[in-house]
Design a protein around this ligand. Structure first.
Ligand code: 5RP
Length: 303
């Protein structure tokens, strides 16, 4: 492996422990202003120092991330469809290699849609992107996209991950599933797990723990961090599993401790509740009390 490629890869997957914590904020590329990511600059700023790398689009990188950061950028270079369009799988490469280099990308990311109408196009695009990126020493992360019509079980995900690795992807991002070990065992490159839809904090920590136990190098988590009522506490708890080898109980206790410190340190404002228990939400999907989220049986749903 070329020195530059190895160097970039090691800024994403830390060589000390072979682990990675990637913060995903690229959702707007097909979802538009995703809930709680309406203002990416505000969301990213407090979280940046707690992730090993940021998965981002060029638009958000240029407008919403400080150029003085030393956090590596994993640049999404695929797109072309939106959630209201006809077919989400119709993606192409939308960013030139020159622009990726100008943006100092540490890796390029694109989705493949194995089993979809546009399977051929996305897989061929992955092969071409790997060839081009490798000539500049830039690694490629392949995202095995899932959709309503695509499978989410170990059989499907093993196939999709293996196809990505065979095309030369250096890292594959996929979803956690039952028999996840099988997916990891049949993929010759490191696997990183997406968080999926927002689930209670403890369940997201369980997902992180299970993914690493199953052989993933780490997580590329978005919504379960920035859609939490306490994103900084959540990313620090996730980090304690990825890099601190915490178990789920330890990580969740850390989350609760940080939430309680946050509320103590928040300036008192009569109009704004500063106690997480005070701020009773009407929406069950948006819990604001960490204890509300207790569940020992996570069923992490995918996007
Ligand atoms: C969008 C992506 C996201 O980066 C990925 O799904 C991770 O985010 P989340 O944890 O919210 O699922 O690849 O296509």
């Amino acid at each position: 492996m070329d020195w530059g490629l190895q160097n970039r890869l090691s800024s994403i997957i830390k060589p000390q422990n072979n682990r990675a914590l990637m913060l995903a904020v690229d959702h707007g590329y097909f979802l538009g202003p995703t809930e709680k990511l309406e203002n990416p600059k505000k969301v990213i700023a407090p979280l940046l120092k707690y992730c090993d790398s940021l998965m981002v689009t060029r638009g958000v990188q240029r407008t919403s991330v400080s150029a003085t950061t030393d956090t590596p950028m994993v640049l999404r270079v695929s797109g072309g469809s939106s959630i209201i369009g006809e077919d989400l799988s119709q993606e192409d490469i939308t960013v030139s290699i020159q622009d990726a280099i100008r943006l100092n990308a540490s890796a390029l990311a694109m989705s493949i849609f194995v089993g979809s109408k546009y399977e051929y196009q996305t897989i061929v695009n992955l092969g071409k992107l790997v060839s081009e990126a490798e000539s500049y020493g830039i690694p490629v992360l392949a995202v095995t996209a899932v959709g309503k019509e695509l499978g989410k079980d170990a059989r499907y995900l093993s196939l999709a991950c293996r196809v990505a690795a065979e095309q030369g992807a250096h890292i594959v991002k996929t979803y956690y599933c039952d028999n996840f070990e099988k997916v990891v065992q049949s993929c010759p490159v490191p696997i990183i797990v997406a968080g999926g839809k927002k689930i209670p904090e403890r369940d997201a920590l369980q997902l992180t723990f299970n993914a690493i136990k199953g052989g993933a190098v780490g997580v590329d988590m978005g919504r379960n961090i920035w859609q939490s009522e306490h994103p900084v506490a959540m990313i620090r708890a996730v980090r304690s599993i990825v890099h601190g080898n915490s178990n789920v109980d330890q990580a969740f206790k850390l989350y609760q401790k940080l939430v309680s410190e946050e509320s103590k340190n928040r300036p008192k404002n009569k109009n704004k509740p500063n106690n997480p228990n005070q701020n009773k939400s009407k929406n069950k999907n948006k819990p604001n009390n960490p204890n509300q989220n207790k569940s020992k049986n996570p069923n992490p749903s995918k996007k």
